[in-house]
Design a protein around this ligand. Structure first.
Ligand SMILES: [Zn+2]
Length: 66
């Protein structure tokens, strides 16, 4: 399982979405749209799955999906 992360467009910092999924499964998912609260901006950011990545707990090196 890995944490699904997105990039804050305002600060460029990564945000934990609170979602967890296996990287392989995440890559197979259809494009979806979600909202995540950003602790840096203190607002919700909207993001597409294409902009998210999975930070695998076994492999600390995050990889981009797009
Ligand atoms: Zn933000």
């Amino acid at each position: 399982m890995g944490k699904i992360m997105v990039r804050c467009t305002q600060t460029g910092r990564s945000i934990e979405t609170g979602m967890e999924m296996e990287a392989a499964r995440f890559q197979r998912m259809p494009v979806f749209f979600s909202r995540t609260y950003c602790p840096h901006c203190r607002i919700h950011h909207e993001w597409f799955a294409a902009h998210a990545w999975v930070e695998d707990s076994r492999d600390r090196e995050p990889f981009a999906l797009a």
